[in-house]
Write a protein that binds this ligand. Structure first.
Ligand SMILES: Cc1cc2nc3c(=O)[nH]c(=O)nc-3n(C[C@H](O)[C@H](O)[C@H](O)COP(=O)(O)O)c2cc1C
Length: 342
């Protein structure tokens, strides 16, 4: 499949640079609408898709899961799976669709994912991960990367993490994002697994010392750009932010082009970003989509600002109504301004 003429696929060097700051893959959250919205806040940040399972693409033929807008670049596709041949085929489909990077999920602890023997449970089988990565690399030219944990269950992270990295890196894979906490596969829900196992940033930074040639991004519990800068100063190449970027998108993303990527650029104004979504929304509605599918990702745009509650409330209450269209953005902005003025 040839790439569309308007493809803005970027090279591997540029993806490595973009990974200096990335928005984490988040199921049900970082869909294409969310990514388009995030892109209006930062031109440079690397955006990840939600995890797409290799069987859904290869056996289920669910190629619509790969749809995205060219404006989203740089954008990485995250795959879930543990069958090297199937992952290779899925990676090929992703690269053909124009994704800048293909990432393998070795961090997700959900039951559904465990039953398919993929996600965090693969931390126990670095040999299989290496086989998967090798097969994916052999089938695409774009970067193939891994997002993993520091260990699972009763594993000792200081032992398993370096072993995992060295075995997977032996395939030639040189970019890893490490969620700096274990996943406990029994007894904790996926949500609890993002909060309860303690964070160990020191262990992740130590990996950079052990494997200086690897490009290592750190993830987990980072809620402000100051902390991201401190972690980059400790020698890591990248910081990945998940929940904070979703819930406070302006706070996290609006300043990164200047503060993290060193661009001489104006910080986007949140009102202009809200208004900038209107043509995208209009187009989505024309194609039969619903307003709420987009506006649900925009609720946090004014987080912490006067009147933010009114913005949220108007979007969430009216966004689901039949016939709701992009003019809701103007009404929600008016509500917010009026509330802020009193
Ligand atoms: C709603 C939600 C869905 C997630 N889905 C995925 C996923 O599909 N793939 C993945 O690797 N991690 C997933 N994660 C984990 C995040 O990518 C990230 O590792 C985790 O939230 C820790 O980062 P944070 O503290 O910055 O949020 C998800 C997290 C959330 C909150």
């Amino acid at each position: 499949m040839a790439l569309p003429d308007d493809s803005k696929q970027i090279g591997q060097t540029d993806v490595r640079r973009a990974a200096r700051l990335s928005v984490a893959p988040m199921m049900d959250w970082t869909d294409r609408h969310c990514r388009y919205f995030h892109r209006l806040l930062s031109q440079k940040t690397l955006l990840y898709t939600e995890m797409v399972t290799a069987p859904a693409l290869v056996k289920g033929g669910a190629l619509h899961l790969l749809d995205y807008a060219p404006e989203e670049h740089p954008v990485a596709l995250q795959l879930g799976g543990s069958d090297p041949r199937e992952l290779a085929q899925a990676a090929r489909l992703g690269a053909q669709a124009g994704y800048d990077e293909i990432n393998l999920n070795v961090g997700c602890p959900s039951d559904r994912v465990q039953s398919g023997a993929f996600g965090a449970v693969l931390m126990k089988d670095p040999g299989l991960v290496a086989d998967c990565i090798k097969a994916m690399q052999d089938s695409v030219d774009v970067a193939v990367t891994v997002k993993c944990r520091i260990g699972v269950d009763d594993q000792e992270p200081s032992e398993v993490l370096p072993d995992f990295l060295s075995r997977v890196a032996a395939t030639g894979c040189d970019r890893f994002t490490i969620h700096a906490r274990k996943a406990w596969l029994q007894g904790l829900s996926p949500k609890e697994n993002r909060d309860i196992p303690p964070l160990d940033y020191d262990l992740v930074t130590e990996m950079k010392g052990l494997f200086p040639a690897l490009h290592i991004s750190i993830n987990g519990g980072i809620t402000d750009i100051g902390t991201a800068c401190d972690l980059l100063d400790r020698g890591l190449e990248g910081v990945m932010i998940g929940r904070a970027a979703y819930h406070q998108p302006w706070d996290i993303l609006a300043k990164v082009d200047s503060q993290i990527f060193g661009m001489d650029t104006d910080v986007p104004d949140p009102v202009s970003v809200a208004l900038g979504m209107k043509p995208y929304i209009q187009n989505h509605l024309k194609q039969g989509g619903r307003l709420h599918q987009i506006t649900r990702h925009m609720l946090g745009l004014f987080a912490g600002r006067p009147g933010a509650r009114h913005w949220r409330r108007r979007l969430s209450e009216d966004g689901v109504k039949n016939g709701a269209d992009e003019s809701l953005i103007d009404r929600a902005l008016d509500d917010m301004r009026m509330a802020a003025a009193v």
